[in-house]
Design a binder for this molecule. Structure first.
Ligand SMILES: Nc1nc2c(c(=O)[nH]1)N[C@H]1C(S)=C(S)[C@@H](COP(=O)(O)OP(=O)(O)OC[C@H]3O[C@@H](n4cnc5c(=O)[nH]c(N)nc54)[C@H](O)[C@@H]3O)O[C@H]1N2
Ligand SMILES: Nc1nc2c(c(=O)[nH]1)N[C@H]1C(S)=C(S)[C@@H](COP(=O)(O)OP(=O)(O)OC[C@H]3O[C@@H](n4cnc5c(=O)[nH]c(N)nc54)[C@H](O)[C@@H]3O)O[C@H]1N2
Ligand code: SF4
Ligand SMILES: [Mo]
Length: 710
């Protein structure tokens, strides 16, 4: 340890400076954390200085979450040893007992109920190495088909749309540095200003260049504040809005016929179908003035270059897959992809939201974006893993459907790694009932999350500063996060835990790794030749080049920042238009007259397990609330700041009111960062998108009433 004094007056000693990466969102900002020990009243108390480190994505910026992320690492609430449930209470136990208990219980349950009686539930915060190993562990060590992960709730609509339309799914089809080169940008259902704050300067730079920015959101968000045009759409109506824009573009003769002819299929059918679309009716259904829709369509259609980006506002819908595809129709019809200043971007969410979805955590997927239902893919991956392809299970079910199988007791044991499903699933009443019915629940986490509280065994894991691994940011850039601190207490790395369980299950020979890099080297081979090909990426390159884009097929290849320059990834090289109208969700009734939507705020992250352990972040927003329009509040006789109950057909939650003129009158907005009685998911609905199994988080019919003693 370095002990040089940096402040002579206070004689602070500098213990440590390390470069690391923020554990939160998909930008994956690089930072340095300097630890100082200052003598205060005779005691050594640590102080920390956090600074952004220049890199290609965040260019050295950090947002308030990144600035304070270290506080969770040093939280006194960190789990330091395994906990086992005895007589109803969680008590400390040794790793030996924990791992032995897991192996015994899982084997028992599989002997009684079959291999598929055990499920695994992963997350998009896990490194590529852990995500990859979790898929292998489930299929090889457990022999179960049931694995899925929280990315199902996050990326699946855009991912499946990208695969269908382009033949490939990667968050952005362009490098971030291209954003200021676009003449028109549409931001649909994405609140970059609060969710990827360090990206905002790219958009501000674009504005300085004269870029016309259109925001589509039911609320005037901090992102809408930078817009030249804000379409305050009714929740659930994005597909229809995109169709209306397309019709305007077609009628104005702004379609790019040469691009359409050379690079796409399916346009003629779309043209025919568009004929029957009535623009006045569509505008009315979307809750947006037709004139504004026209302005937006013409601005995008007439611009030489342009980008469309979507996030969860458009995607977390029961027609989310189709809604994204209808926006992609706009991209293809105007030929705005595959050249500088153009493209489509699904703004990914979690730190490894992108990589987490490429290497086998999904029910139907094998590493490198291979399919578990394709014979060639199975044979290839089985050969890398050294097993008979016949032993690989088939495809399982999506995250929420796994919860239904748990509720039906078809799945009897569950291992959760990197998620808090009892807060983040829709319709959480059913989810909690199900998890309580499990014969055996194991949760690996840094904290006693709401889900960990229900577990029979809780496994303490290392935090972002304490382990090594790669994460893939929203651009598809793979980044190496190196270990900065030793593992505290008895915490272990996630991958190490999986290897130890595999060993006890008698599969140790297939899980021999000394360090994360060994797993990455196997992942490189397993992904080789797949859509998400990581073969050419090595730890050494990641150290030297500050990250490498996938696909990267050989060690001398650069990796592609801009995709689809000459061809799309389908076999014929063409992209496909999407026909078929989508009217969107519209289910309000007299009993439930308002639309409940939800999302994020700047200071908190997902279910809040981590950010609530950071005092500086927790203090910014201590409890949950519902945003509602002044006239809606008046109609329901609700005062600002009072307790209200929001109820749907599925359940209710209780929060304080926050009256804001920036939201539509027919819509309520509630942050998703709190559990228990304040959890918005007590009222969300279980319906899933038929294509990608994404829940319709962003729309539920509800009523609201003040909770007042009369
Ligand atoms: N501060 C913070 N940042 C985060 C996260 C976090 O928890 N906190 N989480 C990360 C993760 S995992 C994710 S997935 C991303 C999410 O990033 P975003 O998708 O940008 O975040 P959300 O707030 O869920 O939704 C975005 C916007 O959609 C709007 N919206 C709601 N319904 C509709 C609709 O029907 N149509 C349209 N067009 N818009 C609608 C909401 O008003 C909201 O402003 O953020 C990442 N970054
Ligand atoms: N109503 C509503 N619900 C939503 C959404 C919404 O917009 N609205 N968004 C959805 C989306 S996009 C997402 S991504 C999900 C996220 O939902 P969750 O997966 O529940 O999200 P987190 O709160 O990040 O939970 C991660 C847990 O894993 C732990 N953890 C973090 N890093 C690691 C690690 O490296 N290893 C291990 N073992 N544990 C770790 C954290 O402490 C935390 O307890 O929520 C979804 N739910
Ligand atoms: S939360 Fe996102 S934008 Fe903020 S510092 Fe972390 S990675 Fe960067
Ligand atoms: Mo997400």
């Amino acid at each position: 340890m370095m002990m040089d004094a940096v402040n002579t007056e206070q004689a602070k000693s500098r213990l440590y400076v390390k470069e690391t990466q923020c554990p939160y969102c998909s930008v994956q900002c690089k930072m340095s954390v300097e630890e100082l020990a200052a003598p205060v009243a005779g005691q050594k108390v640590a102080e920390y200085t956090v600074q952004g480190v220049p890199n290609k994505a965040s260019q050295g910026r950090l947002c308030v979450k990144g600035m304070n992320a270290h506080q969770q690492v040093f939280s006194s609430e960190r789990l330091m040893y395994p906990l086992i449930r005895r007589q109803g209470e969680l008590e400390p136990c040794s790793w030996d007992e924990a791992i032995q208990t897991i192996a015994d219980r899982l084997q028992q349950l599989q002997t009684t109920y079959g291999s598929d009686a055990v499920g695994v539930y992963g997350g998009g915060s896990l490194t590529n190495e852990t995500a990859y190993l979790l898929g292998k562990f489930t299929r090889v060590a457990l022999g179960s088909k049931y694995i899925d992960y929280n990315g199902r709730f996050c990326m699946s609509a855009a991912a499946s749309a990208g695969s269908k339309v382009f033949g490939m799914d990667r968050g952005l089809t362009f490098p971030l540095s291209d954003i200021p080169k676009a003449t028109c940008i549409i931001l649909a259902g994405t609140n970059v200003a609060e969710c990827q704050p360090t990206l905002l300067p790219y958009f501000n730079e674009a504005k300085e260049n004269g870029t016309f920015i259109i925001v589509i959101d039911p609320r005037k968000t901090a992102t809408a504040a930078i817009a030249d045009l804000h379409l305050q759409v009714k929740p659930g109506k994005d597909a229809l809005l995109a169709d209306a824009m397309l019709k305007v573009i077609m009628a104005a003769g702004l379609a790019d016929s040469s691009f359409i002819q050379k690079r796409t299929t399916g346009y003629e059918q779309l043209v025919q179908e568009m004929e029957s679309l009535n623009l006045e009716q569509a505008a009315k259904a979307c809750g947006v003035e037709l004139d504004l829709i026209r302005q937006a369509a013409l601005a995008y259609g007439e611009a030489h270059t342009g980008m469309i980006m979507t996030a969860r506002g458009v995607e977390q819908q029961t027609d989310g897959h189709m809604a994204v595809r209808h926006f992609l129709n706009l991209v293809l019809a105007t030929g705005k992809i595959g050249r500088t200043g153009c493209g489509y971007g699904a703004i990914t969410g979690q730190g490894n939201g992108q990589g987490g979805r490429e290497h086998g955590q999904k029910a139907d997927q094998l590493p490198g974006y291979r399919s578990i239902e394709n014979e060639e893919d199975r044979a290839y991956v089985a050969s890398v893993w050294g097993i008979d392809p016949a032993l690989l299970p088939g495809k399982g079910v999506s995250a929420y459907e796994m919860m239904e199988r748990i509720h039906e007791q078809e799945i009897r044991a569950l291992l959760v790694m990197g998620s808090n499903p009892v807060v983040s699933n829709p319709n959480v009443r059913l989810v909690e009932e199900g998890l309580r019915k499990l014969d055996f629940l194991v949760v690996a986490d840094m904290f006693l999350s709401e889900t960990a509280r229900l577990a029979d065994l809780v496994l303490p894991v290392t935090a972002y500063m304490e382990n090594e691994g790669t994460l893939t940011n929203l651009e598809g850039r793979v980044l190496l996060r190196e270990q900065g601190r030793p593992a505290p207490g008895e915490t272990l790395d996630d991958w190490d835990i999986l290897c130890r369980i595999a060993e006890k299950l008698g599969k140790g020979s297939l899980f021999q790794y000394g360090k994360a890099e060994d797993i990455f080297n196997e992942l490189r081979i397993a992904s080789r030749g797949g859509v998400a090909d990581y073969y050419g990426i090595t730890y050494e390159r990641l150290r030297n080049e500050q990250g490498v884009y996938w696909p990267c097929r050989s060690v001398d290849e650069q990796g592609e920042g801009m995709l689809f320059h000459e061809r799309f990834a389908h076999v014929d090289g063409k992209a496909t238009f999407t026909p078929g109208a989508s009217q969107g969700w519209d289910d309000v009734s007299e009993a439930f007259p308002l639309i409940l939507t939800n999302g994020r705020i700047l200071a908190h992250y997902l279910t809040g397990v981590q950010t609530r352990r950071s005092p500086a972040l927790a203090a910014r927003e201590l409890e949950n609330y519902v945003e509602l329009h002044p006239s809606t509040a008046a109609r329901h006789r609700i005062r600002d700041g009072e307790w209200v109950e929001v109820q749907s057909a599925y359940g209710s939650f209780t929060v304080r009111s926050r009256i804001k003129a920036s939201i539509r009158e027919d819509t309520l907005f509630v942050p998703m960062h709190w559990g228990g009685i304040q959890n918005v998911n007590r009222a969300t609905r279980p319906d899933l998108d038929p294509f990608c199994r994404m829940p319709g988080f962003k729309t539920a019919a509800v009523k609201i009433q003040p909770l007042r003693l009369v």
